[in-house]
Design a protein around this ligand. Structure first.
Ligand code: GLY
Ligand code: MN
Ligand code: MN
Length: 450
């Protein structure tokens, strides 16, 4: 696939700005081509995200050397190997690479050791493999130095530039359109695999050959498994289907969840649960503004969900006690969302010194930070009916009293509902990149318009 030239030198500047050092070099190795076990069949190649961030190169076996003082970025390409050319075709020439990538210079790998010889210190990431520069291993920084560089990458990558937002918008558009195609294709008797395959097809034909993660297509009770990935069950007419799927476009992720009724009409029970989750999501999206602590958005989702379940009668008793005793974690066991960028669960979860809140539900929150302009996050509340999670709460004398089993049983077959959009944080109103509709009437109308 052809990648547009992206302004990676501005990313190098950002990383160096956070690193705040005056000398030494950064050395990173890109991912290498890998083969399937005991065969010579190449696996699909996808560049390591930090490497891509500073080079724009999505090809195997490259390295990069960045001089901290001069900011000069030198891309190191693999030497041409005739056998490799026979199987994989001709690589770009040095001149073509120089035109294609936003770097200062491109050299072949036989120059790599000369490039690093004179460095005073060599900064790498904890994930870097340094076998190619073994001759200067004494100059490599220790674990604290690696962490320092990692934090600089995290701080840079957390704040998306406008051009990154535009790529993510495209990933969202491709995925949003694909979700709607699935609604129109689903029918009683349809296999989850058909929808999975259709999502891949719709993504690929719009230029997205990779998914940000393995798609989740769960009908009926399968929707209660958060990362269900068997995707091979037959759908029943009264099921809702949870599809959590997002295409990766030009190495940027989208991560979208929608839930729809197989036969085109939500059952009364599904309608109730869906409406609660939608309210949780809308209230949380409204809160996605600079200065707001991410855990407070999670608490809002929990509280709105609790109000909803009290109203249905699934939960009974004092709201504050229910919240204090984390009863909601039986129904909403995961966090409200996470940072998203080149990786679906992107950098920037917990800054050094910030701990997880060790309570059911919120302990699974993937990020604890105060939102800043340029953050990209998912907002993805859910309510699930999974006995494995509910029974321990139900069977505990201290918490079981807050759940009305008869009412719960009436709703269980809904399985699970999650609604997930991708949001850009600003000083003002949040920007929602996800365009697929989510109102019940819109979903039913689109499904009826087949
Ligand atoms: N698709 C994985 C997630 O929503 O985090
Ligand atoms: Mn997500
Ligand atoms: Mn998701």
């Amino acid at each position: 696939m052809v990648h547009n030239k992206i302004p990676t030198r501005s990313n190098v500047q950002k990383v160096l700005g956070h690193l705040k050092l005056s000398e030494g070099i950064i050395y990173l190795n890109g991912n290498v081509m890998q083969e399937r076990d005991n065969t010579d069949c190449e696996l699909p190649f996808r560049q390591e995200s930090n490497f891509y961030y500073v080079t724009g190169v999505n090809e195997p076996d490259f390295h990069v050397v960045i001089d901290i003082a001069t900011k000069k970025t030198i891309l190191v390409a693999p030497n041409i190997d005739p056998d490799h050319v026979m199987w994989m075709g001709l690589p770009d020439t040095l001149e073509e690479m120089q035109a294609k990538y936003d770097v200062d210079q491109v050299v072949y790998a036989d120059k790599l050791n000369a490039l690093v010889q004179t460095a005073s210190k060599i900064y790498t990431l904890p994930i870097s493999k340094t076998t190619a520069i073994d001759s200067v291993s004494s100059k490599l920084v220790d674990a604290a130095g690696q962490k320092k560089l990692e934090n600089a990458f995290i701080d840079a990558r957390l704040i998306k530039a406008d051009w990154e937002v535009e790529i993510m918008r495209k990933a969202n558009k491709i995925s949003s359109d694909a979700h709607i195609k699935l609604w129109k294709a689903a029918h009683p008797g349809c296999n989850e695999a058909q929808l999975h395959a259709l999502f891949l097809y719709e993504s690929a034909r719009h230029g997205a050959f990779f998914q940000s993660y393995f798609p989740i297509v769960g009908s009926g009770m399968n929707a209660a498994t958060l990362h269900y990935n068997k995707n091979n069950a037959i759908m029943n007419a009264n099921d809702v289907v949870l599809v959590d799927a997002g295409a990766e476009f030009e190495l940027y992720a989208s991560d979208i969840t929608r839930v729809f009724p197989v036969n085109g009409k939500f059952t009364p029970e599904a309608r109730v649960i869906y409406s609660i989750v939608l309210e949780m999501q809308k209230k949380c999206i409204d809160l996605c503004k600079a200065g707001v602590a991410w855990e407070d958005i999670h608490y809002t989702a929990t509280e709105v969900g609790c109000d909803g379940l009290l109203k249905t009668g699934i939960l009974v008793g004092d709201k504050q006690e229910i919240l204090d005793k984390s009863v909601m974690a039986a129904f909403f066991p995961h966090g409200i969302g996470h940072s998203i960028g080149m990786d679906v669960h992107d950098v920037g979860g917990y800054p050094d010194g910030v701990e997880r809140i060790n309570k059911p539900g919120i302990r699974n929150l993937r990020m604890r930070r105060v939102l800043a302009p340029g953050f990209a996050v998912t907002v993805e509340p859910g309510i699930y009916f999974f006995d494995y999670l509910i029974n321990p709460v139900l069977n505990n004398a201290d918490t079981g009293k807050y759940i009305n089993v008869d009412v719960l049983n009436k709703y269980k077959s809904v399985g699970g509902v999650r609604i997930e959009d991708n949001i850009i944080v600003t000083e003002g109103a949040p920007i929602n990149l996800t365009t697929v509709p989510k109102e019940i009437d819109q979903i039913e109308a689109l499904m009826a318009s087949n």
